[in-house]
Design a protein around this ligand. Structure first.
Ligand code: NI
Length: 165
C-alpha cells in the first residue's frame, strides 16, 4: 500500500459531491488502505477520499485515543445531531497552515459500512464526533472554512493566499 497525494484547497475535487460506493471491491479496499497510510504519513486524525482525488464516499478516522480503534466508513450518513454544540479549533490536511474555531453538534449518530462491507452504526461525542462531521462534510464538498463567519473565512483565505503565493 502507499501514500497518495493530498489535494489542497483550490483543487476542484475538494468541492465535488462524492458518490456512494456500490460495493466493497478490491479497488475500494486498496483505497482505504492507502487512505490510512496517507493520513498517518501526514499525522492526521481523519481523511476523506476526495482529499486524495477520489470521488467516493469513503472516510478513515483515527482520533489517537486509547479507547477508540481506527476505523473506515463507507457511505457514512449522519442520522442524528445533538442540539447541543461546542466550539473547537479545526485544521485540515487539505488546507495546511490554517486553523479556526468551528462550532458543531457535540454528539452525532452515524451509520455506514465498515471496510468489510458490514453495516455499522455509532453514537459518538466530542472529538470523534467532530472528526466524523468534518470528514463527512468533505464528501459533500464542504470544508471547515465554510463553517466559520464570512469575516473569518475571508481572513483564512487571505492567509492561505499569502502562504501559497
Ligand atoms: Ni479536512
Amino acid at each position: 500500500m502507499a501514500e497518495r497525494e493530498i489535494r489542497l484547497l483550490g483543487d476542484p475535487v475538494l468541492r465535488r459531491t462524492a458518490q456512494p460506493v456500490p460495493a466493497l471491491t478490491e479497488t475500494v479496499r486498496a483505497l482505504i488502505a492507502d487512505m490510512f497510510d496517507t493520513m498517518y504519513g501526514a499525522d492526521g486524525v481523519g481523511l476523506a477520499a476526495p482529499q486524495v482525488g477520489i470521488g467516493d464516499r469513503v472516510i478513515v478516522v483515527d482520533p489517537r485515543q486509547d479507547d477508540v480503534q481506527p476505523f473506515a466508513l463507507v457511505n457514512p450518513v449522519i442520522l442524528e445531531r445533538s442540539s447541543e454544540v461546542d466550539r473547537a479549533e479545526e485544521g485540515c490536511l487539505s488546507i495546511p497552515g490554517l486553523q479556526e474555531i468551528v462550532e458543531r453538534p457535540v454528539r452525532v449518530t452515524v451509520a455506514g459500512l465498515d471496510r468489510d462491507g458490514a453495516p455499522v452504526r455509532m453514537a459518538v461525542e466530542g472529538f470523534v464526533a467532530r472528526i466524523l462531521q468534518h470528514e463527512i462534510d468533505h464528501l459533500d464538498g464542504v470544508l471547515f472554512i465554510d463553517r466559520v463567519s464570512p469575516l473569518k473565512r475571508k481572513l483564512l483565505i487571505d492567509k492561505w493566499k499569502k502562504l501559497h503565493r
